[in-house]
Design a protein around this ligand. Sequence first.
Ligand code: PLP
Length: 387
Amino acid sequence: MTIREIDKEYVANTYARFPLCLVRGKGSLVYDEDGKEYIDLGTGIAVNTFGYSDDEWVSAVTEQLGAIQHTSNLYYSKPCAMLAKTLCERTGMSKVFFSNSGAEANECAIKVARKYGENTKGAEYTTIITLKDSFHGRTITTLAATGQDVFHKDFLPLTDGFVYAKANDIEDVKRLAAENKCCAVMFEVVQGEGGVLPLSAEFLKGLSELARKQNLLLIADEVQCGNGRSGELYAYMNFDITPDIVSTAKGLAGGLPLGATLLGDKVKDVLGAGMHGSTFGGNPICSAAALNVLSRIDDKLLSEVRAKSKYIFDQLSGSKGVISVSGLGLMIGVETERPAAEVIAECQDRGVLVIKAKQKVRLLPALNIEQEQLEKAIKIIKEACAG
Ligand SMILES: Cc1ncc(COP(=O)(O)O)c(C=O)c1O
């Protein structure tokens, strides 16, 4: 049997995979089982921050593997402590809870928000306002937080306590805040799965003002747009807002599973011993990987991210077959005249990997993609869009 046949037989049917089996990679180049080379602009959905098998990252991970691989959270562990310190120093947040995925990082944010509502306003203040077209994860509670019916319909009843406002419509948020007993507003600064749509500066400012007036927590879901992808370390840093909670995962450890929920001063002590936990969360290997990733997301890299973003926007905006280009930094959505699936398939044929977000072609290149590789890939994408 081929790998594809074995996978189809034995792996649960939850993924509509592309017809490729990827076996090795280096930087932004990846190879399938026939040895065909691709320039990858998908990075395992915004995970491989420095591409495939990056030398420095591999050294950091293997060094930690040779020292100690797992301790559980019953003991102190240097990589975990140092990572929490680094995240707090780089963001101004106060404490960090570690988990293994974006959904779990959001679960923690939701638990903290509910407990904060109870502590400060009363036990009935449990509702969290999220946005239509948002995506916050696949657990029953983070599905409930996700403002897209299509993800809800097969799994009812979901966790209570979420209401959905129109993105970029502050009046809709105010209406829901008035109609419900709320503890928080949760949002992606750039909605990823919803179609790579950045929130407007005006809307974010409005959210921030409303949150201050009504003692609502601001929860920024930076699972996809965080960790340098937006051209700042976290996407909220492009705007004049200070979230109370930041959840992140994906690119944080550059290819290993790690979630983090960053807690601001107001909420840093909401969770006490025994109120939340994770066996693997903050695992030494994943933490060592994340320390390496964060140490390399510096001003120089971030300005390169912004320059490459501008290059992509300039190349694709107004190009034949392109209706619009949206996004921030190296998180870009391309609305095309041809169906996105056709553009993606043609790119794949021609050695470029891109993915989909709703009906758009989504580009999530490695933050350090070589300019020459980027130019080659964008030329092929342009030609595929033109049809
Ligand atoms: C914004 C956002 N939040 C949460 C998640 C869920 O992350 P995970 O798949 O790691 O649970 C995703 C995944 O795509 C995401 O894009």
